[in-house]
Write a protein that binds this ligand. Structure first.
Ligand code: FAD
Length: 298
């Protein structure tokens, strides 16, 4: 059965290159100060969707909520081979915690049309909560399976998946529609396709067209002409606002976010001395005796 697949992807600050300016005083991430990348596990989710489309046929829609520059990861998704991309962007979405983010994403999934499978990364490397997938499933009223390693089989409305639980793997048979979160060990994400990159490097959002034609000098007509020309060639990245989603303004962005960051501190882990512990039963017993003696344990 051909699958209607939706992949949720997030543009995240590259946390491997953190500087002291990474956080603002109010506890939110200073995104302008950090290079932005495709959230690593979302690449695994995207790869799993591409693989499923190759195996069963289907259509892949990629959705992200973020600032206008998040269009970059949507273009990267097109370079890898997805069919359709949607950017959810609006000042009213800013400051969203996981509750408001999942509400917005669930509205977008419903607006995107019928779906069989929603794929998310297990976790984003900035927020790090791993809450979005489960919260979106809850809001859509569908089943969820987290830590998915592999889709083994899909026959009609039935699907068999394996979960990676560290030391054990779990196999589950369930029914579509379903939301899954995908782990980093699931697959090796493909690189950009050369032909796809040549084609989609010109893909633009409405805002990017305005910016490139220079808002102050370009007429609305010129923007609309360029939009129609790109649209005809399948090179438009759709942009949806809060109004497009018919969102309740009290449930999105800062207004819809009960989480408040109380305090942010820089923590530096420093060691004064190091000790070698023998990786034997005797070595571990000695360490435990010392910890009990120092009243760390016991
Ligand atoms: P996880 O739950 O770890 O992500 C799991 C998966 O969900 C991802 O792999 C991806 O597949 C999907 N996913 C997550 N986020 C998105 C997304 N945006 N679009 C599509 N798919 C997604 N963040 C901001 O970007 N801007 C802000 O202004 C902002 N303000 C905040 C204010 C407060 C008070 C708080 C508490 C948080 C704020 N955040 C903001 C962080 C924001 O809440 C989280 O980044 C977001 O809700 C996702 O949570 P997470 O990063 O833990 O994702």
């Amino acid at each position: 059965m051909a699958l209607k697949l939706i992949v949720l992807v997030k543009q995240v600050p590259d946390t491997k290159n953190i500087t002291a300016k990474a956080m603002k005083a109010d506890g939110t991430v200073n995104r302008g100060e950090l290079p932005a990348i495709y959230n690593p596990e979302d690449l695994n989710a995207c790869e799993m969707a591409l693989d499923l489309r190759e195996r069963y046929g289907g259509f892949i829609t990629v959705v992200t909520m973020g600032p206008p520059r998040a269009a970059d990861i949507l273009r990267e998704s097109l370079y890898r081979g997805v069919d359709r991309c949607v950017l959810l962007t609006d000042r009213a979405f800013a400051g969203a915690d996981t509750l408001a983010t999942s509400y917005t994403l669930a509205l977008a999934i419903r607006k995107a049309g019928e779906f069989d499978l929603v794929l998310c990364g297990r976790q984003a490397i900035d927020g790090d909560t791993a809450q979005i997938g489960p919260q979106v499933a809850e809001k859509l009223g569908i089943n969820q399976i987290t830590y998915v390693q592999r889709v083994r089989e899909n026959a009609g409305r039935e699907i068999i998946l394996s979960r990676n639980l560290g030391r054990v793997a779990e196999t589950i048979k369930t029914r579509l529609p379903l939301l899954i979160t995908v782990t980093s060990s699931a697959n090796q994400p493909r690189t950009f396709g050369a032909k796809l990159t040549m084609k989609y490097k010109k893909a633009r959002t409405h805002m990017e067209i305005e910016r490139e034609l220079n808002r102050r000098t370009a007429s609305e007509d010129a923007v609309n002409r360029k939009y129609a020309e790109l649209d005809k060639r399948g090179l438009i990245i759709e942009t949806w606002s809060a109004a497009d989603l018919n969102a309740d303004l009290g449930s999105i962005g800062l207004a819809g976010s009960p989480t408040k960051v109380k305090k942010v501190e820089n923590i530096v882990f420093a060691t004064s001395k190091a000790k070698n512990i023998e990786p034997t039963e005797k070595g571990i017993r000695k360490l435990l005796d010392e910890l009990i003696e120092e009243h760390t344990f016991g």
